[in-house]
Design a protein around this ligand. Structure first.
Ligand code: G
Ligand code: G
Ligand code: MN
Ligand code: NA
Length: 252
């Protein structure tokens, strides 16, 4: 069986799971929310990375039911987390999902169904998805904003989006790509890029999240540079919601 064939049955087999990586506030280093990350566990116990199966699912159309499942599951789990406080839930959106004509209706439907508050749902989009058809993207983002959703640009810095265009986008957060954070202490350029993105975000009144923080030194660097939030293996790896809830209960 090919991966493509296996993929057809993942949903009915319950082989997809969401893990959640904590997002930490700079300064007091408390968990303020999480990002939902999709996991596919195969029968033999091996895992397929979403980086490998999302493109395949986009190709076959499976991305539609998978994305719907992700949204609903993330909202349901997010509500459990919200019993402990005002936590946010970030979800990654695929290009195909964002480009569907009924994207906003589908999103609104899931929120109505679950009761998860739009303002606490952070929609992560990459620069390339937004650049494909920037006119349409601006209109969509404006209507998402009217509905109080929060928008983040994921993997920021890797997508060559023009800064004049960035200014026009109604977004809330820039997530600095982990490739910059990785070498922030060893590479002069990465340190400069990271500081520049943070400075620019502050000027544009956007919040900034540093991704891929793996060491204390990297955490201290981005905190000193004025970053707002961070995320990475130094704090925690993606984990099941019950483990995240236990972690949040400990930090009280
Ligand atoms: O968690 P991990 O490093 O394996 O994620 C690999 C890639 O898959 C990342 O680019 C991440 O944004 C993406 N990804 C993870 N979960 C989802 C999801 O639910 N939907 C989409 N579209 N992409 C996801
Ligand atoms: O594209 P996106 O930013 O959504 O991808 C998130 C991916 O990054 C997930 O696969 C997640 O497991 C991974 N990730 C999260 N924190 C770290 C980290 O500190 N180091 C590395 N190498 N990967 C990380
Ligand atoms: Mn992401
Ligand atoms: Na990212």
């Amino acid at each position: 069986v090919t991966l493509r064939n296996e993929l057809q049955h993942v949903l009915e087999q319950g082989a997809l799971k969401l893990h959640y990586q904590p997002i930490i506030r700079c300064g007091d280093r408390k968990i303020i929310g999480c990002e939902a990350l999709l996991r596919w566990e195969r029968d033999d116990g091996s895992f397929v990375s979403p980086a490998d199966f999302i493109p395949l699912a986009e190709d076959t159309g499976q991305i539609i039911p998978i994305s719907a499942w992700v949204l609903q599951q993330a909202c349901e789990d997010g509500l459990k987390l919200r019993e402990l406080g005002d936590f946010s839930m970030a979800v990654n959106l695929s290009a195909v999902q964002f480009n569907r004509a009924n994207f906003i209706e589908a999103l609104t439907h899931t929120l109505n169904l679950t009761g998860f508050p739009a303002k606490n749902l952070h929609l992560e989009l990459t620069e390339s998805v937004l650049m494909e058809d920037s006119g349409r993207a601006i209109k969509l983002l404006e209507s998402l904003r009217e509905r109080k959703f929060s928008i983040s640009i994921d993997d920021f810095g890797t997508g060559f989006s023009s800064l004049s265009y960035l200014k026009m986008l109604p977004i809330d957060t820039l997530k600095i790509d982990q490739t910059f954070i990785k070498d922030v202490l060893s590479g002069e350029h990465d340190a400069a890029i990271t500081k520049t993105i943070i400075g620019m975000a502050q000027q544009l009144h956007l919040t900034v999240t540093a991704e891929g923080v793996e060491t204390l030194e990297q955490a201290e660097f981005v905190e000193q540079a004025g970053c707002h939030f961070m995320q990475g293996f130094y704090f925690a790896r993606p984990m099941p919601m019950n483990e995240l809830i236990a972690l949040v209960e400990q930090q009280k």
